[in-house]
Design a protein around this ligand. Sequence first.
Ligand SMILES: C[S@@+](CC[C@H](N)C(=O)[O-])C[C@H]1O[C@@H](n2cnc3c(N)ncnc32)[C@H](O)[C@@H]1O
Length: 277
Amino acid sequence: MTRDEFLPLRDFIYEKTGIFFAENKMYLLESRLSNRLEELGFSSFEDYYFFLKYNNIDSKKELTNLLNVVTTNETSYFRNPPQLDAFKVIIQKNYINNNSISMSSPLRIWSAACSTGEEPYTLAIILLEMMEISRKNIPFVIYATDISSKVLESAKRGVYGSYSTRNMDNAIINKYFTRNGENCLLKEHVKKFVKIDFMNLTDAEAYKKYKNMDIIFCRNVLIYFDEKAKKKVIDLMYESLKPGGFLTVGHAESLHNISRAFKPVMFPGAIAYQRGG
Ligand SMILES: C[S@@+](CC[C@H](N)C(=O)[O-])C[C@H]1O[C@@H](n2cnc3c(N)ncnc32)[C@H](O)[C@@H]1O
């Protein structure tokens, strides 16, 4: 890949996704796209770019493949425990202790870059455990969205290997999964709380379906965006929260210089960002 081939491709990817490949990531992009070129029989990245830009049915289909290869989908069950402990405190204090949830207005949670599903299913397992301990019914729904069709299919299947489940206690695995050789199959009664769908975080129109959220998890995706895309996404997330709702971003991410609209709330080893009101 030459620099002249790299720049239009990376601008195209940025425009579609917010994901920004800096110039020192040229070889990364080259290695991720080379299989696509081979499969389509193109001899140069320039040909591939013009194919994507052509805007016919085939190029639209190829966009799906492109999104699958340019995204980084690393995730696991119970990732970053301090943030999950903060989630438990928020639920206990704001929703269980003060009885602010009812059958008619279930708790609305959104895992906004859910990858293969470990994050939204972790949240569902935590809530099921909290219900059992508190002996309270907490009606809830978890929306799980991503831009990669490949990870969404995998999330719907709900089959996980040992890498994904490495941070989970055996007791939790045995309770919520069925073992099948090396794999763990998530049980249907957990899956049914999670609604999985395609959603591009940089598409303002797409947020219409994701309003009035109590809690949003948007972890480990902002790192792939440039500042402009981060600001846009965080402003849209703010609007998607109920007044008083909470946003959690990745442990290595922060809203410093991105938004002043939220109130940072400190927990041991974690920060949650609260919408005022
Ligand atoms: C590293 S994973 C994070 C998964 C999970 N949130 C976690 O923290 O374990 C990042 C995910 O963001 C998704 N993603 C990247 N750009 C996106 C966009 N513009 N809209 C929606 N999802 C996006 C990727 O497909 C990928 O699955």
